[in-house]
Design a protein around this ligand. Structure first.
Ligand code: TRP
Length: 370
């Protein structure tokens, strides 16, 4: 563990993250109230994920907006490492990306890094990560992206397109840069060492500036991309970062797709969701009913409350009354969990139906090599 008591890298997140410290450490900018106002003005909407600081940090968002206001469009890019089924936490940047796509009417690329997860997970075969890439693609499509403006890149399938761009990038990043950024050692496989150049490639797939909504753990890759962009005559990617979504079992870690119990998958049946939340969701409540009524619970560390805040309850008034009731002891942990279970299952019922339909739409979304 670092001196700061938390670690955030693309392959390892640990500890209780202090986001202000992380901003300093990574050298990003906090999303100011002015920036939020600006986005609100341009889009005509006050998105709850911005209002609540779920998206909390950025790099050069103002440049993207300056250009946009001059009539120069950007494009969106985000992605997912297909190490398992999609979990609820992954949907945060995707849902936000969809909102940005609608508001700015821009193209979006979604990268599925089946190679990356093969390199980084000792127990996964390339066939497995490829299979999960298709499974994860269904979740993206289910969110309602437009097929004419949204293309899904699967690394092993689209390598022909990615490789010439990745080669430009790879030539400008040296081993000591990646080593310092990711903590690689002599035992790290060389796929991992090259990998940043593949995650960088979609940044330069169109001749326009790119905006990337992403979990803050992915920032280190794009720090390298931003450093080398001018060296290959390209604009630096702009970024907008969301906080890490806590695992069910507690704050201080991200939801990991490989931890069955700590994760609600988009494919989970209602009774499974109910069981997982009731059994595993970390509670900010008191050990017994009497104490809870007397002392109240702590919503700030309660994972069920956090999921409502981050994703499932966009209505501020409703969220506030849940917060107040839980804090005062009026609302019990079991009751709070029941609220979340209902919201999640409502969402998943619709999502799973759309996910089925997505199986017929997937061809339209897959990026075709030229
Ligand atoms: N490396 C990311 C992950 O493990 C996947 C990814 C690829 C990505 N390209 C991206 C994430 C762009 C955010 C933005 O999830």
């Amino acid at each position: 563990m670092s001196a700061d008591d938390f670690i955030v890298t693309p392959w390892h997140v640990e500890g209780d993250i202090d986001y202000d410290k992380l901003i300093k450490k990574f050298g990003t900018e906090k999303i100011s109230s002015e920036l939020n106002e600006r986005i609100k003005k341009i889009t005509g909407e006050d998105h709850f994920m911005l209002r609540r600081g779920i998206f909390f940090s950025h790099r050069e968002m103002n440049r993207i907006l300056d250009d946009y206001e001059k009539g120069n469009k950007f494009f969106l890019y985000t992605g997912r490492g297909p190490s398992g089924h999609t979990h609820i936490g992954h949907l945060v940047p995707w849902v936000f990306a969809k909102w940005l796509q609608e508001k700015f009417d821009v193209n979006m690329y979604f990268q599925l890094t089946d190679d990356e997860k093969f390199y980084s997970k000792p127990n996964l075969t390339l066939e497995e990560t490829r299979k999960f890439a298709y499974e994860n693609a269904l979740d993206l499509i289910a969110l309602g992206f437009k097929p004419d403006k949204t293309k899904i890149i699967i690394n092993t399938r689209n390598i022909q397109t990615l490789y010439p761009i990745a080669a430009q990038v790879a030539k400008k990043i040296n081993f000591s840069n990646t080593k310092a950024t990711f903590g690689f050692t002599n035992e790290t496989n060389i796929g991992m060492i090259f990998y940043t150049s593949l995650q960088s490639a979609p940044c330069f797939i169109e001749d326009k500036p790119v905006l990337i909504p992403l979990g803050v753990d992915q920032d280190p890759h794009f720090r390298l991309t931003r450093d080398i962009a001018p060296k290959i005559g390209k604009p630096k990617p702009a970024l907008i970062h969301n906080i890490m979504i806590p695992a069910l079992e507690g704050p201080g870690g991200k939801m990991s797709a490989s931890d069955e119990n700590g994760t609600v998958y988009t494919t989970d049946a209602p009774n499974v969701v109910k069981k997982k939340i009731n059994k595993y969701a970390f509670s900010g409540g008191q050990p017994d009913l009497e104490q809870h009524r007397k002392l109240g619970g702590n919503p700030d560390i309660d994972v069920s409350y956090q999921y409502l805040r981050i994703f499932f309850e966009p209505d501020d008034n409703k969220l506030k009354s849940i917060y107040d009731d839980y804090k005062s002891g009026k609302l019990l942990s079991g009751e709070l969990k029941a609220i979340l279970i209902e919201k999640m299952n409502e969402f998943l019922a619709v999502h799973q139906e759309k996910r089925e339909k997505a199986k017929e739409q997937i061809e339209e979304f897959l990026f075709e090599n030229k």
